[in-house]
Design a protein around this ligand. Sequence first.
Ligand code: AMP
Ligand code: MG
Length: 527
Amino acid sequence: MPPFKACPSVSTSKDGDNVTMTWINRYASLGTAFSAEVLPTPVPDPTWVIRNPELSQAQGFPDDWLNGDEGLSVFSGNALWDGMQSRATVYSGHQFGQWAGQLGDGRALCLGEFQATPATKGSFELQLKGAGKTPFSRMGDGRAVLRSSIREFLCSEAMAGLGIPTTRALCLTTTPSKVIREEVETGAIVTRTAPSFIRFGHFEHFANQVSPEGARNLKQLADFTIAHYFQQEGAFSVDETVDLTMGLSGNPYAQLLHSVTLKTAKLMAQWQAVGFCHGVMNTDNMSILGLTLDYGPFQFMDGFNPEHICNHSDYQGRYAYGLQPQVAYWNLFCLAQALMPLIEDQELAMKALESYKTVFAEHWGQCFLSKLGLNRRSSEQHALEDQSLINDTLQLLATEQVDFTLFWRRLSHAAGVSEQSNSAWQSVSDLFIDQAAWRTWQDKYMNRLEQEKTVNFNERMLQVNPKYVLRNHLAEAAIQKSKRGDHSEVERLFNLLKTPFEEQPEFDHYAHLPPAWASSIEISCSS
Ligand code: AMP
Ligand code: MG
């Protein structure tokens, strides 16, 4: 192993637009009950796999972060810049429905939190994933393999391209040093960013400590979270409208629960609408900010099947696609239980929590109406009819396990054409074996479209039904190339998936049905 080196100089001001960087490291300032100081473990001969200069620019990082040897050293865990305080945080959680006790950042290291001034870009935590053991590594080696790191990098950015809240990926480095899994694999380190990586499990951790100190820590964490991420100038931010009629306004902890509930409900609606399966929705993988967090055995479904399980180790199907919204609610219930000592009023907590059902249903309905190119109609009768059309659509897709992404994209092209024999309609019809069932659905849908008469509605469908998603086989092809030292396919997918709603005709083949071998890809938790 090379020695750990200090890396004191990083440009902290940008000429021209006068952006300056400040390390604020607020979570670290909570103290040793919350995180442990730990240095990354150096690796030999690191190299870049991929970098994300656009993100770097957008979040206000200095231009030279992703260039040169210093950046490579820092983002492979061989050095720290002045002002960084590398720490691993402690959390607990429920895994596969069971209390798992203490977990924590076993292979993630927060390098610090920084703010660009002017503060319009916000503040961000930087995290290395795979940079060596921490006090929370338990039996693990603290490392990550190239395969799973490429998947995390690409999917973070693919989700951002789809407009779905997510942690982001800044860069990915690799090293010749080997990591042992089921076989010997190449090690890699992904650097991710988020305003905060606080999880439901952080709250569960302190709630589970039955001691005055645990109670104090729980309150400190909740107050910290509210002040920094949920309030502006002492008030809950207006876009996450806390319903004052619910009587939550005098109770900041109930308000916190309610805000997290709303964010989570919206996230679930967005996942379902693009056919995204997370695969490991344990409470320690749930972001308090409603971000998609911890990319492991995730999958964008190919053929639509509500019972689809993407995680090879999920034997019971707990995290099947169709169950995700319910699981999120169950996880929110765990968060509510953790917050109960602070909320102190069970009825209020239940009110905050129960808004999940209506908010999820509303957003889910809105997502699928938009996918169909329809506007919400005010009368109850019409709303019921439209709900039934959505249900029929999903039933139709499920019966034949029709490719989810292709169906919606082809429908978006066809919907603007009134002539049913047109080739655009033909390409949707081609996806179905049971032509009678398809035609029954098509008649019903076209009747409904006639009542819509919104200008350019199918243009808008093309903005919500992506042409490109990170299908497993696409990621797999990029991984295989990268393992041979050629990272060009990772770069190509990264660029393609930034704008998944654009046609990009030269990449048409990336939007085709998956090859037969795609169904044999098996991905489990251990990576
Ligand atoms: P995950 O299934 O990736 O959400 O991980 C669950 C817990 O195990 C988290 O606390 C991780 O930090 C930890 N963990 C997973 N893989 C490793 C590893 N290779 N080394 C150390 N800790 C790990
Ligand atoms: Mg995790």
